[in-house]
Design a protein around this ligand. Structure first.
Ligand code: AMP
Length: 982
């Protein structure tokens, strides 16, 4: 061994520092991440660090030059030869600048004690790091007890040899953090207890979420919170923008921005361009903040300046107040065209064609003005209120009006004026057209009649002073009181007419009117005439009776036929319903009116043409403002999963999990993301994760579910390995089976049942989750491609589902068996590290997972039945639930362990063979209780198998240790027969 010269170690040590600059870039060259704010960097301190070292022979500040010849300050200590070292090095007061959590990054080298020949056993290879919070920046002394320990630091790479030429020295980097700081600053201290250390660099920093602009809102530099809490930050709208929905984001503990909510929008006259609001150019405009972009001015309008929120109409063009600003400017319509009148005695129908120019609008209406004129038409006066217009006089939307109550044989002049929504804004006169009409003479009345049994002859006089000659007469007749049903109109130029083909002995009503050139006159009078009588039905006439009977019988038959048709058609409807296609079922279900027989049925969101309808049907829309996001708890396929609180009106606040859809998603991603909600929303069971609702009306789109405090089952079990009783484990399995029974009753096949997709709440209640449509394909890291191209979580999936995608509730039962195995083995990976291919092959050859450690026989048997090759041999979920219920009610049935002889036997413990109770008690060194056993009637080994602790107590075996020893030996007697460990 080389002689030891204590004084050479420091010098060797220090000489090595000359190569530090190769390991640590000089401060000028170091680039720190954008979200780290450095509070102290020993490498870039301009002068001496002036850290306090005590005692004086401990830490020493040594300056070395970096490659730019700038001095670098380092601290070293290497008192390895002396025992009882306690060397402290303390920084000056470091202000925390508002940070609650700061990080300390140290770079150091540490000598390996073994490499120092002759050093005593007191040589250390670690040192301690402490801090002391204080508002006082000038503390000259801090007691050891006032420090809070951060950590003991050891080197990952202690160097054994200082060989500058070989460059063997390695630099260690360690980062620690201190949380929840509250005073103005703190002192950092390093305690050396006898190691050989060179502290090359100490950097103290905190993390912030750097200033960012998103959705037109500026989010300032934000210091991250203490612990891992999220800090909610409200953004400020950028210039020329305004809040659409309050912009918010969360600053996470590691300095990243999360879950942007809300946004700002550019004010009217501005549009968004690369994250800022730019003024609209001349010729364009933006009327509302919610419009995305500036638009070109509509036809017949223009804007001459920037920032226009509206365009100005050209002269002669207008926009009505209620017109949208995006509409082209319009003008009043031209005049109505082609007026025609048809006079009907003292009524006139006026009709016209719409204007050739509607002014660019669809709201043209008409006003009518009536004037009564003298015979020569020279002098006209307004008609007054006695004249009526149907439908109305002003604002008529159709191009026709009936004018009534005119005076007979008079001249009228009607003016029809057109107008539209902007006519009132225009000073020019409105377009109009005039039509003159003369009303006609009233017609004469019927004068003469002649009747027979089937005809009537009418005669009438010509009207007085007909306006223009009579063109024709019109005779209208109908059976009395039957006008609505049936009437006949006949025309003649003569003033006489014989109407025949009438029914005998029937009363008819006749009316006559004349049509002159001026139009129809009014009906002159009304006359009722009865055709002459004739026996139409003689009761004694056998033919007539036959006709009557046949008619009545026919009527009855017809009636019966109609009723039958009605009934049959009703039945037919029923039949159609029974054969409803899925869509029809969907309608029935979604409106909740008709319940399908039995339980409710799951409806696949793909049966909806519009996936948004599925969401509306099955998920409640939640207002984003009722959600408070608190921290990130996981990562889903579509974005972060956070926890938070939900307060709905009139309800108490509850903890929820919030899955959000990350920005930049496609339509398909949005659909797939939300499909989970439209599936989950159909379920209502204590062992199925409950959907609280969705946020779809604003971004980010979110799915809100109940919060499961203990997260996913696989991680939870791994964390609590061996900590639950078998009854607790069976309770969890019972819950999962019950949830799966509910799903299979609803006709839902999960396809990815695995412990990672079960969530656990604070009461250890397990709930089935993960219902997304794409989840098996995209989400599950366990899913692997099969030869048929599908992606399947092989280890959890039944052979028929792997081979030909036969996914059924029976394949879910297979997966359930695997979950049982996962639970009992506390999260062990099924088939351990076997490859997927080997698993498929082994299963095909009949291999099944063995019972996990300490697994009750009955549970392993249940697992094996779930893994029956033929899916019809597997138990249904209701049987699984009942089986587990029985086990819970009878815990003794769980006592027998499947592999106790394999797993629980201590190989070093010898075994003896026993045949009697006495031998057995002797063998386990409990011979003192032989009497007690025989007097209590336990004379055969079989009889002791069911003994309990309370019975042992009654027999006088009161010591807990003795009871335990006897009972555990009874347990092994039951599994291994007469072999007893002693
Ligand atoms: P998922 O996208 O559903 O697989 O969720 C990803 C992770 O977020 C899960 O593994 C859980 O750790 C967590 N998580 C999801 N939903 C909830 C919830 N309702 N309660 C608690 N943690 C959840």
């Amino acid at each position: 061994m080389a002689p030891f010269f204590p004084w050479i170690y420091p010098s060797l040590f220090f000489s090595s520092l000359f190569i530090f600059h190769e390991l640590v870039p000089s401060a000028a060259l170091r680039n720190y991440p954008e979200n780290e704010v450095t509070l102290l960097d020993s490498m870039s301190a301009p002068g001496d660090l002036e850290w306090l070292a005590y005692p004086a022979e401990g830490w020493e500040e040594i300056s070395v030059m970096d490659e730019r010849n700038t001095p670098m300050r380092t601290y070293q200590v290497c008192n390895v030869m002396e025992a009882n070292q306690n060397n402290w090095l303390r920084t000056r007061h470091i202000r925390r600048e508002g940070a609650q959590r700061v990080y300390i990054e140290i770079k150091f080298t540490l000598r390996d004690c073994n490499s120092l020949p002759g050093v005593p056993g007191t040589c250390k290879e670690t040192f301690n790091m402490f801090y002391h919070e204080s508002n006082n920046a000038n503390l000259w002394f801090i007691k050891e007890s006032q420090y809070v320990k951060i950590d003991t630091i050891a080197a990952d790479e202690s160097f054994t040899q200082v060989d500058v030429g070989d460059r063997v020295m390695k630099l260690n980097t360690e980062v620690r953090d201190i949380s929840n700081l509250s005073k103005t600053g703190f002192y950092l201290a390093f305690q050396d207890l006898g190691a050989c250390i060179a502290l090359v660099s100490v950097r103290i920093f905190y993390k912030k979420c750097p200033l960012t602009v998103l959705n037109l809102a500026t989010f300032p530099d934000t210091i991250t919170g203490g612990d891992s809490a999220l800090v909610e930050v409200q953004g400020a709208c950028v210039n020329a923008s305004e809040e659409h929905e309050t912009p918010r984001m969360y600053c996470s503990a590691d300095g990243g921005w999360l879950v942007p909510i809300g946004r700002c929008v550019c004010k009217p006259g501005y549009e968004e361009h690369k994250g800022v609001c730019q003024p609209c150019r001349p010729g364009s405009y933006k009327a509302s903040a919610t419009d995305a972009y500036c638009s070109k001015c509509p036809p017949h309008s223009s804007s001459h300046q920037e920032k226009a929120s509206e365009c100005v109409c050209e002269p002669g063009f207008y926009l009505a107040e209620s017109d949208p600003r995006s509409m082209a400017c319009t003008r009043p319509p031209s005049a109505p065209r082609n007026p025609i009148s048809s006079v009907n005695e003292t009524c006139v129908t006026l009709e016209w064609s719409p204007p050739s120019d509607t002014g660019g609008r669809g709201d043209v209406t008409y006003n009518l003005f009536c004037r009564k004129c003298s015979g020569d038409g020279r002098k006209c006066v307004p008609c007054g209120s006695a004249v009526h217009f149907v439908p109305r006089q002003f604002g008529v939307a159709v191009a026709a009006v009936l004018v009534t109550d005119l005076q007979p044989h008079s001249n009228y002049s009607f003016t029809v004026e057109s107008q539209n929504g902007v006519s009132d804004l225009s000073p020019s006169p409105r377009g109009e057209v005039t039509v003159n009409v003369t009303t006609s003479q009233t017609v004469s009345v019927v004068l003469k009649e002649r009747r027979s049994k089937d005809s009537v002859t009418l005669a009438w006089q010509e009207p007085d002073r007909p306006s223009g000659g009579v063109v024709e007469y019109e005779v209208i007749y109908y059976e009395k009181n039957q006008r609505e049903q049936n009437y006949t109109v006949l025309k003649t130029r003569s003033h006489m007419m014989t109407v025949d083909g009438l029914k005998p002995g029937t009363t008819y009503v006749f009316r006559v009117r004349a049509r002159t050139e001026g139009g129809y006159g009014t009906y002159g009078g009304e006359i009722e005439l009865e055709t002459s009588h004739e026996d139409i039905l003689a009761i004694g006439d056998p033919n007539q009776v036959t006709i009557l009977v046949v008619s009545i019988a026919g009527g009855i038959v017809l009636l019966i036929f109609l009723v039958a048709c009605f009934v049959v058609s009703g039945r037919h409807c029923g039949y159609i319903k029974a054969k409803q296609d899925p869509d029809e079922e969907k309608m029935q279900f979604q409106h909740g009116r008709v319940k399908l027989p039995g339980s409710r049925t799951y409806i696949h969101p793909h049966t909806y043409e519009d996936p948004n309808q599925a969401i509306r049907d099955f998920a409640k829309e939640i207002d984003a403002s009722s959600i408070r996001i608190e921290r990130v708890i996981g990562a889903g396929e579509f974005g972060e999963v956070c926890s938070g609180r939900l307060r709905l009106q009139g309800k108490r606040e509850i903890y929820v999990a919030i899955k959000s859809l990350k920005a930049g998603y496609s339509d398909k991603q949005r659909r797939d993301f939300l499909s989970e909600a439209s599936i989950m929303g159909q379920f209502d069971h204590p062992n199925i994760i409950r959907l609280e609702g969705v946020v779809t009306r604003c971004k980010p789109v979110m799915i809100i579910t109940e919060f499961m405090e203990n997260g996913s089952l696989d991680t939870f079990l791994k964390k609590h390995d061996g900590q639950f009783t078998v009854i607790q484990l069976v309770g969890m399995l019972r819950g999962i089976a019950s949830g799966m029974k509910y799903l299979s009753d609803m006709g839902y096949v999960h396809r990815d049942l695995a412990a990672r997709n079960i969530l656990v709440n604070s009461n250890l209640v397990c709930k089935v989750s993960d219902f997304g449509l794409s989840r098996v394909l995209e989400d599950d890291p366990e899913a692997a491609y099969t030869t048929r191209g599908g992606k399947i979580p092989i280890r959890w999936t039944s052979p028929e589902a792997i081979a030909y995608r036969k996914f059924t509730s029976a394949s879910d039962v297979w997966s359930y068996g695997i979950v049982m195995w996962e639970v009992v083995s506390y999260g062990e990976r099924p088939y351990w590290e076997m490859s997927n291919q080997d698993v498929i092959k082994a299963i095909d050859e009949g291999y099944r997972l063995p019972a996990p450690m300490d697994c009750p026989v009955v549970l392993h048997q249940l697992m094996l039945s779930c893994w029956e090759k033929s899916r019809s041999d597997r138990p249904k979920f209701d049987i699984i639930v009942t089986t587990l219920d029985k086990l819970i009610r009878n815990p003794a049935s769980l006592r027998e362990l499947a592999n106790s002889s394999v797993c629980r036997q201590d190989p070093t413990t010898p075994e003896v063979s026993v045949t009697t109770v006495e031998e057995w008690l002797e063998a386990i060194k409990m011979g003192q209780y032989k009497e007690s056993f025989s007097s209590a009637g336990y004379v055969t080994l079989d009889s002791v198998l069911y003994i309990s602790a309370s019975e042992l107590g009654k027999m006088g075996v009161t010591l807990a240790g003795h009871q335990k020893k006897i009972l555990s030996s009874v347990q092994s007697l039951s599994t291994q027969g007469t072999q007893v460990q002693v």
